[in-house]
Design a protein around this ligand. Structure first.
Ligand SMILES: NC(=O)C1=CN([C@@H]2O[C@H](COP(=O)(O)OP(=O)(O)OC[C@H]3O[C@@H](n4cnc5c(N)ncnc54)[C@H](OP(=O)(O)O)[C@@H]3O)[C@@H](O)[C@H]2O)C=CC1
Ligand SMILES: O=C(O)C1=N[C@H](C(=O)O)C[C@H](O)C1
Length: 246
């Protein structure tokens, strides 16, 4: 059966790549391209909508998809417990519809998060550095926030004490932002696409886990897996790892 796919944010950096990937994928057909100011309507009769827009617009777009009975695959960042709760509430009245929200669709980024969570309890210190193109509007990245949350959860479960840090004075921001106690640093640099390093340290050793997306092509296999998988997963799924059975 051919799945009809609409792309929301189709004129953007990710949206353009998704349109191209859908047009070249077996068993998928482009149902429509939507960008800022367009009426989403019935999403061109789509079975699935892929949404890559901006944090301020994503929730309304996803709620519209759910109301229309259209499954959604969402890569936009900025989700909170509150906005995820609104999606769950909308899905409760559309029990056949699936929504997949993932901060990163690159397999290496998903593995980095998983490996970092696995390693987190064995080290005294851990910090996350994310590095992106300078046109990115949010900081830190959704991936870095999720990575830090997973690290913090693993350390709590293993009763690992807070990382040592004697800093008593300095410039604001020098130690990064704290996500559940884990320092997260954001670099914006022309030439980069999307990169993340997790640094772990204990006496006499460090472990560095690094992932690089050099091209947005890296996200497309995950997006297509999400499109094919979401139609059989009613309700809200957060994270590509659920679809990949990692
Ligand atoms: N999960 C993942 O794997 C990845 C997630 N991302 C995330 O995806 C999002 C998009 O990134 P990127 O493509 O680089 O950003 P872009 O700014 O290049 O693209 C966003 C597009 O959405 C459009 N847009 C804005 N508001 C709306 C709206 N209400 N309805 C429809 N379209 C709208 C923008 O139009 P205009 O420019 O005119 O405002 C633009 O064309 C970001 O949150 C980013 O962090 C990015 C890469 C991978
Ligand atoms: O804006 C981007 O480019 C990216 N955004 C996502 C994020 O914030 O984690 C995913 C990836 O890092 C690229």
């Amino acid at each position: 059966m051919t799945l009809r796919v609409a792309v929301i944010g189709a004129a953007g950096r990710m949206g353009q790549q998704v349109v191209d990937a859908v047009e070249h994928a077996d068993g998928l057909e482009l149902a429509g391209r939507f960008d800022v100011g367009d009426d989403l309507g019935d999403l061109g009769g789509a079975d699935v909508a892929v949404e890559f827009t901006v944090p301020g617009a994503s929730l309304a777009n996803v709620l519209h998809c759910v109301e229309q009975g259209v499954h959604a695959v969402v890569g936009t960042t900025g989700w909170t417990d509150e906005s995820l709760g609104q999606v769950r509430a909308a899905l409760a009245v559309q029990p056949k519809v699936g929504v997949l929200i993932a901060p990163n669709f690159a397999i290496g980024a998903v593995l980095t998060m998983r490996f970092a969570a696995q390693a987190a309890r064995f080290y005294e210190s851990v910090e996350v550095i994310e590095l992106h193109h300078p046109d990115k509007v949010d900081a830190p990245s959704g991936t870095a926030i999720r990575t830090a949350e997973m690290i913090a959860e693993a350390r709590r479960a293993a009763d690992v004490p807070s990382a040592p840090d004697a800093t008593a004075s300095g410039l604001d921001g020098a130690r990064g932002a704290r996500v559940e106690g884990v320092p997260v640093h954001a670099v914006r640099l022309r030439g980069l696409v999307a990169h993340e390093e997790v640094l772990l340290g204990s006496p006499g050793e460090t472990l560095t886990i690094r992932h690089d997306s050099f091209d947005r092509a890296s996200f497309m296999p995950g997006v297509l897996a999400g499109v094919r998988g979401v139609v059989d997963r009613p309700g809200l799924t957060v994270g590509l790892e659920e679809i990949l059975d990692l």
